[in-house]
Design a binder for this molecule. Structure first.
Ligand code: HEC
Ligand code: HEC
Length: 374
């Protein structure tokens, strides 16, 4: 008898358990005695994250509605490296943005899930917090938060639906607590794509490179450039009195080696400005004279980010320099700062030696940017 009662009781508890499980999936309020698994628990006590930026670098742009916190940055780092955000769990942001390559991928145009081909070259993710002027080669995205929405939905990149990503994050055994710690949400069901991209953007803003040999010599007075590097530097920086001068710093000036403008640097021959295979800025603004203009990229860590240009057409810095020395193809809206200049073998070597001083080994080896799952 006793045994029978106990058995029935056990069976009852078992059934109740099954019923609860089912109810939680279908309707949170249907089961009064079930524990509320949507509640996350744990503390929300975020710690402000202070970017370690030397004063000569200027002021980063940090949106007031997404302040950096240790918890937010840590969550963003996880999301950046986690293939959970792709349709077949095969790729993460880091698949196309590898730290040891200055967060590019080393191929001409990027490959997405199932080997799908994109049409553009992956961009370095370096000192993005200083960019005042739109993201992507054509500037179509206004903020890092907005930018991070795109690769997930792009069918040739991660080919995933944000609703699916969010569902996977809500059911994950770690993410709900991480989102609570970063953003103070109380329920797993409050995880959404807006919070996910805020965290990713926070992590990206910490990707600061300011410790290259160039930085140490020029800004910290620590060491010297070699003769060859110095000659390359003299060529790179504008010298108005010399008509044979390459004038790189007209466009690649400032601490980040870009003026953040969009220009046609003369790499294509086209009959009319409507004929560019990739219209660049013009594809966004719809303006004829913007066709063929692309973002002037930063040259920090450029020796690590080959191949070069928006479509990765140049394999080496030597090829890049030969292009500039040729003076471009004379297309209508080619920038006036693109003009032919003599380039001896020695000058080429000097310029490359100079560009290599922009490599920052502490940046590409910084353990705080690495995959947190390894
Ligand atoms: C399939 C490869 C691929 C994946 C995956 C990928 N990216 Fe990219 N990323 C690119 C390419 C290619 C570009 C340039 C695209 C363009 O200009 O249209 C780019 C551009 C960017 C830029 C613009 C940088 C600048 O200076 O304007 C940022 C930021 C970025 N990616 C972050 C991310 C984040 C965050 C993720 C994950 C959510 C991600 N990427 C996933 C290939 C990839
Ligand atoms: C008129 C402005 C301008 C001048 C002058 C200029 N550049 Fe550029 N540079 C650009 C633009 C715009 C791009 C991107 C073009 C594209 O992708 O289609 C670029 C791309 C590059 C890249 C490729 C970087 C990457 O991540 O793919 C390198 C390297 C480079 N420039 C070096 C130089 C050097 C060295 C000089 C001087 C010899 C120079 N540039 C002069 C505007 C300029």
């Amino acid at each position: 008898m006793n045994y029978l009662i106990r058995s029935l009781l056990f069976l009852g508890i078992l059934l109740l358990g099954v019923a609860c499980k089912k109810d939680i999936v279908e309707d949170d309020n249907a089961c009064d005695n079930c524990p509320d698994t949507d509640i996350i628990g744990g503390d929300y006590a975020p710690t402000a994250y202070t970017l370690d930026i030397p004063d000569w670098m200027g002021t980063p742009i940090l949106p007031a509605d997404n302040p950096l916190t240790l918890e937010g940055v840590a969550l963003g780092r996880m999301l950046f490296h986690d293939p959970i955000i792709s349709s077949d769990s095969s790729m993460s942001c880091a698949s196309c943005h590898l730290q040891d390559r200055g967060f590019t991928d080393g191929i001409a145009v990027s490959t997405g899930v199932e080997g799908r081909q994109t049409t553009r070259s992956s961009m370095p993710l370096i000192n993005l917090a200083f960019n005042p002027n739109g993201f992507f080669w054509d500037g179509r995205s206004p903020s890092l938060e907005d930018q991070a929405l795109h690769p997930v939905m792009d069918e040739v990149e991660l080919n995933e639906d944000w609703d699916n990503v969010v569902r996977k994050l809500q059911r994950h055994d770690q993410y709900p607590l991480r989102f609570r710690e970063a953003f103070g949400i109380e329920r797993a069901s409050e995880i959404n794509k807006e919070l996910a991209v805020k965290a990713i953007a926070q992590f990206e803003r910490t990707l600061i490179s300011s410790n290259s040999r160039f930085d140490r010599v020029v800004y910290l007075n620590d060491g010297w450039l070699t003769d060859s590097e110095q000659r390359g530097k003299d060529l790179f920086y504008v010298e108005p009195t010399n008509p044979d001068h390459p004038g790189c710093s007209h466009c690649h000036g400032g601490v980040n080696f870009t003026d953040y403008s969009f220009r046609n640097n003369g790499i294509d021959t086209v009959a009319t400005l409507d004929d560019f295979a990739d219209k660049g800025l013009g594809g966004v603004t719809g303006k004829y004279y913007d066709n063929g203009r692309f973002k002037v990229p930063s040259l920090r860590n450029v020796a690590l980010t080959a191949p070069y240009m928006h479509d990765g057409r140049f394999l080496t810095l030597g090829e890049v320099l030969e292009h500039y020395s040729s003076g471009g193809h004379g297309v209508e809206n080619e920038d006036p700062n693109i003009f032919p200049f003599p380039l001896s073998e020695q000058q080429k070597q000097d310029m490359i030696a100079f560009l290599k001083t922009l490599s920052d080994t502490s940046f590409v080896n910084n353990p705080e940017f690495a995959n947190p799952f390894h």
